[in-house]
Ligand binder design. Structure first.
Ligand SMILES: NC(=O)c1ccc[n+]([C@@H]2O[C@H](COP(=O)([O-])OP(=O)(O)OC[C@H]3O[C@@H](n4cnc5c(N)ncnc54)[C@H](O)[C@@H]3O)[C@@H](O)[C@H]2O)c1
Length: 458
């Protein structure tokens, strides 16, 4: 846990230079990060936050979506806020989270099924949205209308059109929205991006993103939905179909109807880092190749694929899937091709993932960046950064526009795969242009099943 005391009564952090250096050496050895970077990071972390809060200043929040990640998000948020409401269309998941919160010393939160009743509560300041991808936008738009700050899971949206609406709503309502791409709050990924941006590997030629392959399974048979689950509500804007277990909890991400496969699931994380390092709004062209076809009656997204993006400045972003890691990103074959990002430049390369950062020459990491170098914004705890920003009213490390653009990279790949076409993207107009534009532009938005269209939260 990364909770630090924020009370004005808390003593400022004071240790001797010797123990500070020792602590940095230990952290560097444990994380594989270079010493200079660790020293800089820990020194910054020990600087008191600009605005000191009173001990009682814990905002009241709601957790919407209480499945696998919802429980993780809620317990993280519980470090900084009081979770006074939990909401899920599956009563079992909501009650499981209530039990966890109570076990952690929280008063029992109120349980809801319809998030609109949560948003109507005046005493709730912020929400954490951990619903499946096809529900992110309506919950986020509803929250923006109710002027509640939002921590929203990735990928921020199901479609590019949704992203434009969310960015506009966040801006117009003046709310803080943090996208749940927590790799931006990892010093390892930030270091990689800073070094690439500063030309440590020369001129960037290409970035190679490896994503875990998805699932290729089926056909699946319908069955009776669990009594605790409101299957119609769960499906929301998507076409109504009989309940199939694999369409629901956890594995929804391998269905195009609800998500985009690992292209949007893991892509939301690693493409976000590629976007941070490359620093350009979007690629100009995208082409792709499906390496395996979905099984009829089974998951509807491609499990293995290649996508190639080209930017205006000639930089190429290659996305490929690997079966050497499992769908959770865990290493299956130790010496195989792991998920992560390799930045290749004219004079060297840097590889980074959730476990390591390495380079063609260790000196590329070891040498500090020059004093006065233009650095990236710092967050070392994604949830804390969100709550800090709800107080300072400043942009969090991954605000709505960044979350939207990172999701757009994933959607562009998914659209190219679905259409089987090479496509050209106009990042300013947010539309496809040139060959195949008419076909591809049909994928920018999806028909929303009533009553779960935009009027649901109007
Ligand atoms: N940041 C990360 O590293 C990370 C990791 C895992 C998942 N996620 C994201 O979190 C989201 C949820 O993934 P998960 O694995 O927890 O899925 P899950 O299926 O375990 O949980 C989703 C929950 O949302 C509930 N739900 C569905 N519609 C709802 C609605 N309208 N209102 C309230 N609750 C609703 C479901 O009943 C379920 O309990 C996804 O968008 C996923 O991409 C992020």
């Amino acid at each position: 846990m990364n909770h630090r005391p924020t009370s004005p009564a808390a003593a400022p952090f004071q240790i001797s230079r010797r123990s500070f250096v020792k602590r940095c050496a230990l952290v560097a050895a444990a994380t594989g990060l270079p010493l200079w970077f660790v020293e800089e990071r820990l020194a910054a972390a020990d600087t008191p936050a600009p605005k000191v809060l009173s001990p009682n200043d814990r905002p009241a929040i709601a957790q919407i979506g209480c499945g696998g990640m919802g429980k993780v998000d809620a317990m993280n948020a519980h470090n900084f806020a009081d979770v006074v409401a939990v909401c899920d269309v599956d009563e079992t998941h909501a009650q499981e989270l209530v039990a966890k919160l109570v076990a952690a010393g929280s008063p029992a939160p109120k349980v809801y099924r319809d998030f609109r009743e949560v948003l109507a509560r005046d005493d709730i300041h912020a929400i954490v949205n951990t619903t499946p991808d096809h529900w992110h936008t309506l919950v986020n738009l509803g929250a923006a209308r109710a002027k509640k700050d939002v921590y929203s899971e990735k990928p921020l949206t199901l479609t590019i059109d949704e992203g434009k609406r969310v960015v506009a709503a966040v801006r117009d309502r003046g709310i803080v929205l943090q996208t749940g791409t927590q790799q931006r709050s990892s010093p390892r990924f930030r270091l990689a991006c800073e070094l690439v941006r500063h030309g440590r590997i020369g001129r960037l030629l290409h970035a190679d993103v490896w994503l875990p392959a998805g699932l290729r399974e089926g056909p699946f048979a319908p069955s009776a939905a669990p009594a605790s689950l409101d299957w119609n509500f769960w499906q929301g804007q998507t076409p109504a179909v009989p309940y199939v277990k694999e369409r629901g909890h956890t594995t929804f991400r391998y269905w195009y109807e609800y998500s985009g496969g690992t292209m949007t699931d893991w892509g939301a994380h690693h493409n976000d880092i590629a976007y941070w390092a490359i620093g350009l709004l979007a690629p100009r062209t995208v082409e792709s190749r499906a390496l395996a076809q979905p099984i009829p009656g089974g998951y509807t997204t491609f499990s293995e694929y290649e996508v190639k993006y080209t930017y205006e400045n000639g930089v190429v972003l290659n996305i490929r899937t690997t079966t050497d890691d499992n769908i959770f990103g865990e290493y299956v074959r130790k010496d195989g091709q792991h998920n992560g990002i390799k930045f290749v430049g004219t004079t060297g390369w840097i590889w980074v993932n959730r476990h390591e950062i390495t380079a063609s020459d260790p000196e590329l990491l070891r040498a500090p960046l020059p004093a006065g170098a233009d650095r990236l914004p710092v967050s070392n705890n994604h949830m804390k950064n969100f709550f800090d920003c709800t107080r300072s009213r400043t942009a969090p490390i991954c605000p709505a526009d960044v979350g939207h653009r990172s999701a757009t990279m994933c959607h562009l790949g998914a659209i190219s795969l679905r259409t089987g076409r090479a496509l050209t993207w106009d990042a300013t107009a947010e539309t496809f242009v040139g060959d195949n534009a008419a076909i591809a532009n049909r994928y920018l938005a999806r028909e929303m099943r009533k009553p779960y269209d935009y009027s649901f939260v109007a």
